[in-house]
Ligand binder design. Structure first.
Ligand SMILES: NC(=O)c1ccc[n+]([C@@H]2O[C@H](COP(=O)([O-])OP(=O)(O)OC[C@H]3O[C@@H](n4cnc5c(N)ncnc54)[C@H](O)[C@@H]3O)[C@@H](O)[C@H]2O)c1
Length: 371
């Protein structure tokens, strides 16, 4: 596995967050509380002249657009690294109960007897959500471009389960599968492989996706198509394939699409218009499919995470502490999220505990989008 140190020179050569120090240091107040905003002229009305004056009218300096934070910075460019250029993600420990039934919990949160699929599950958020599904009783199929990493993590999930549930009578079945989620043929053969291994699919989490930062007028069209292909087509292809399987079986099921708060707001300062639009599409796809498939007993919901600390975001922020200050200054809870923060929300939405919830967008963002 290539180390992150290998990934970074590549990222730097594509101008990984240069000039971040040039960003105005963040303030805990927004817009009208900014001293800069208060000293700015409020309008650009011409200054009145006397009737006899022959001078040309003069205008005050036009006001700069308002706000101290609400700006994208075109100099920020981040290219998503090639697969395998990031380090392995760590699993979560301490989620078990040292033997089942030590604490009481609602049985409807259990995924016992279910088979779940998580795309993009070899790393980051997908990996931790997959682990949460296994801890909650499901069999799991990890789908990823990076099959080697998926295989490694599948074994680690079972080992972690053994440690946390030493008295468990049965070990979970966790398998790893290759798919490029943006490719229909790859998706179809992957689904067939999973059904061959597990016998069925009940739950789906679509976490395969990525972001990049380029100012819109310079976004390479091939990269933009790839970004939409993975985030939007990939979600659609997996969801429809699993829905067909559920309908053929006459079984109900539950799906969670991983969108982003970027599907509802515009992040600053990094420019990422295509990603934002793609995540808005993912959110509305969940709503639209939830209506179309309600009669088949298939629920479809979306989780929209805010800024989460994963290997990629951690490294970017280590190199650019000003950016972290700017991001966190906009989060009411005052800090970025951690991947385990998604475990509870995803299990809730996959399980019978949310039986009457469909078409929802659950924002897990520390309050970012309500300010
Ligand atoms: N990290 C965040 O702050 C954050 C915030 C909001 C939303 N999200 C979304 O959450 C999801 C997961 O993000 P992450 O931070 O865990 O990313 P990540 O890069 O750590 O993991 C993504 C995984 O998807 C896989 N993948 C990429 N393209 C694929 C393809 N074509 N087919 C199959 N697998 C593919 C990668 O190999 C990787 O294992 C993404 O959809 C992302 O947009 C992330």
């Amino acid at each position: 596995m290539a180390s992150l140190n290998r990934a970074l020179p590549m990222a730097r050569s594509s101008r990984l967050i240069p000039n971040i120090s040039g960003i105005a240091s963040p303030s805990v107040y927004r817009l009208t509380h900014s001293p800069r905003a208060q000293s700015r002229p409020l309008h650009t009305t011409p200054v009145p002249l006397s009737k006899k004056s022959t001078e040309k009218p003069t205008y005050p300096t036009p006001a700069a657009p308002g706000g101290s934070h609400a700006r994208t910075d075109d100099t920020i460019t981040v290219e998503y690294p090639e697969s395998g250029d990031l380090p392995s993600s760590a699993l979560v420990s301490g989620t078990g109960r040292a033997g089942s039934n030590v604490f009481l919990a609602l049985a409807t949160f259990s995924l016992q007897g279910k088979v779940g699929v998580v795309t993009g599950g070899a790393r980051g958020l997908g990996l931790v959500m997959g682990q949460g599904m296994v801890i909650s009783g499901a069999e799991l199929a990890i789908v990823d471009l990076n099959k080697e990493e998926a295989e490694k993590q599948a074994k680690l999930i079972v080992e972690a389960f053994k440690r946390e549930y030493p008295s468990a009578k049965k070990l979970p079945k966790v398998t790893a599968h290759y798919a490029d989620v943006s490719d229909p043929e790859s998706v179809e053969s992957c689904i067939a492989e999973i059904i061959g291994a597990h016998g069925k699919i009940d739950n789906l989490v679509t976490s395969a996706g990525f972001t990049e930062n380029f100012e819109a007028i310079k976004y390479p069209i091939d990269r933009m198509r790839k970004l939409w292909g993975v985030n939007v087509d990939g979600t659609y292809l997996f969801a429809t394939a699993v829905a067909r399987h559920l309908m053929e079986r006459g079984s109900k099921g539950s799906m969670v699409f991983i969108g982003s708060m970027s599907g509802s707001i515009v992040n600053v300062p990094q420019p990422q218009a295509p990603y934002n639009a793609a995540k808005a599409a993912v959110r509305h796809l969940a709503a639209s499919l939830s209506v179309e498939w309600a009669k088949a007993g298939i629920r479809v919901n979306c989780i929209s995470p805010g800024y989460m600390l994963t290997a990629l975001t951690q490294k970017i922020l280590d190199d650019n502490p000003d950016l972290k200050k700017q991001w966190t200054s906009l989060i009411p809870q005052g800090h970025m999220g951690n991947p385990p923060d998604l475990m509870g929300p995803v299990i809730f939405l996959l399980s019978d505990a949310s039986g009457y919830v469909t078409g929802a967008d659950l924002r897990v963002d520390g309050g970012y989008t309500v300010t």
